[in-house]
Design a protein around this ligand. Structure first.
Ligand code: UDP
Length: 489
């Protein structure tokens, strides 16, 4: 009996849990639903944190071949580089070793999938005759902006950046300045704008773009992306929405997630707890952190709050600062006695919580979030309405989409760079979403439940996302993409 050789694909993850988590999920889908051999290459400066923060890391290890590339030395990077340019440089430095690793794989992968920052690896795929895909780990609207960005009219960009006019994206909702990309707050950073434009140009040349969204969530944007008279003018690459891909709440196998947070949630009434978290690295300046603490306390709502020491200047965490504590154990960056005063209603978790389990817990009824796309999807699949407090990257766009376009979230409009949102504003917003008889809260809850059902339908057998992944799997098996098939036919 001839045993057919399995198809192998390689997926490259750029640094950051927000990139690694959806990449692992995509890998899991290829392995479980399509029986592929999956090799995940991870670029990181800190492999041990990445592993320890993933509660079910070992269940991924059973399914996937996960290769942590040797940490890249970045000690010589110029100070003041944007996060995006730092990521681009880190990835560039990992390319030689990635090439060696791919060359050594047997069987050779039939396709290479990279995330947004992996575009330089596409050349390696070309050299080895592999199909190449980009996995856009966020939504279609951000994808459209990225593809269009290199083609934007300079005058329009100028009006957006300096006069705060909305930025047009053909066939899609325009980008209001309020939710603009943080790179537009650094208009003079030439390298940053060149790096971002190159991402858009490179992406327009792959065999397919996978994205962590689905047809039912963004019908208008997806239509524009495929329309040759609209966004399709800038890229005719097939678009495959395969989402929402989020970590399963129940781990594969029999590992159990034990945690103080989940035990505490078990004791709270259904839908009563606000979960507060700013993603894998986000944090707030000291004065803002204190106002948030007061706002939570004044709201008198139950909460779980993942706190990190305040940032100095950047919203991107200061992970390694060791804080001092006051007598009741309150970290010195929170108001004095905060833990004692909120002991009955709140739980403060330092650094990291098992987020998907928390959001899926029936006691949780709201999520105050920085609107990272993974957090957003995790909230949505658990049917939890959000309060948007975007910090950096494309989070402002996500916030605009969730509140203004989709209506599944309330948005803290006062928040923004250099602004400290006061405790009363925060208190009021929390009450608006969490208090049972608040109209606004009821509306966003209904909307998020509707979207949850739409997500489930997309992922089910016969659903659009299920079908998209099947299509990509077929291409990888046959080496023939939709584009090439069409060219032949
Ligand atoms: N996360 C977590 N526990 C935490 C903070 C974050 O498990 O305490 C996970 C979260 O569930 C999500 C990811 O880290 O999957 C963060 O990704 P997201 O896109 O939301 O934001 P980013 O970290 O990229 O800003």
């Amino acid at each position: 009996e001839v045993v057919p050789t399995k198809t192998r694909i390689a997926i490259l993850a750029s640094p950051g849990m927000g990139h690694l988590i959806p990449v692992l999920e995509l890998g899991r889908c290829f392995a479980v639903h399509h029986r592929f051999l999956v090799t995940i290459f991870v670029v990181t400066t800190d492999p041990s944190t990445a592993q320890s923060q993933l509660p079910h890391y070992s269940s991924y290890q059973d399914l996937l071949d996960i290769v942590f590339l040797p940490p890249v030395d970045v000690s010589d990077l110029a100070t003041g580089l944007s996060i995006l340019s730092q990521l681009v440089l880190l990835m560039r430095r990992a390319m030689p070793i990635l090439r060696t690793e791919i060359a050594a794989l047997k069987p050779r992968p039939s396709a290479l999938v990279v995330d947004l920052f992996g575009n330089e690896a596409l050349e390696i795929a070309d050299d080895f005759g592999m199909l190449k895909y980009v996995f856009n780990t966020t939504n279609a609207w951000f994808l459209a902006l990225t593809l269009y960005y290199p083609h934007h009219d300079e005058a329009d960009k100028h009006d957006h950046v300096y006069l705060h006019k909305p930025l047009n994206i053909p066939g899609c909702a325009p980008l209001e300045y309020e939710g603009t990309l943080d790179l537009n707050l650094r208009p003079d950073d030439r390298l940053l704008h060149e790096d971002y434009a190159k991402m858009g140009l490179d992406m327009a040349k792959v065999d397919g773009i996978l994205l962590n969204s689905w047809e039912g969530l963004e019908p208008k944007t997806l239509k524009a992306l495929r329309d040759p008279n609209s966004m399709g003018r800038f890229s005719s690459v097939p678009i495959h929405p395969v989402g929402p891909l989020v970590r399963p709440v129940k781990p594969v196998g029999n590992s159990v997630c034990q945690s103080k947070v989940l035990d505490w949630l078990d004791l709270q009434p259904a839908g009563s707890v606000l979960y507060v978290s700013f993603g894998s690295g986000g944090t707030l300046p000291a004065d803002q952190l204190a106002e948030l603490a007061w706002g939570l306390e004044l709201s008198q709502q139950r909460f779980v709050w993942v706190v990190r020491p305040p940032s100095e200047g950047s919203a991107f965490g200061s992970f390694f600062r060791q804080g001092k504590r006051t007598e009741d154990g309150t970290p010195d960056y929170l108001p004095d006695g905060f833990l004692s005063r909120t002991r009955e209603v709140g739980l403060v978790v330092e650094m990291w919580a098992p987020q998907t389990q928390v959001l899926a817990h029936e006691s949780v009824g709201g999520f105050l979030s920085h609107c990272g796309w993974n957090s957003t999807l995790e909230s949505l699949v658990s049917g939890v309405p959000m309060i948007c407090w975007p910090l950096y990257a494309e989070q402002g766009m996500n916030a605009a989409m969730l509140s203004d376009h989709l209506g599944m979230a309330a948005r803290l409009r006062e928040a923004g760079p250099g602004v400290v949102v006061g405790r009363e504003v925060i208190e009021k917003m929390i009450r608006r979403v969490m208090e049972k008889d608040e109209e606004h809260g009821k509306l966003v809850k209904a909307k998020v439940k509707e979207l949850k059902r739409s997500a489930e339908a997309a992922l089910a057998k016969g659903g659009s996302s299920h079908g998209s992944l099947e299509q990509v799997a077929k291409e990888c098996k046959t080496g023939l993409t939709g584009l090439k098939e069409r060219a032949r036919g």
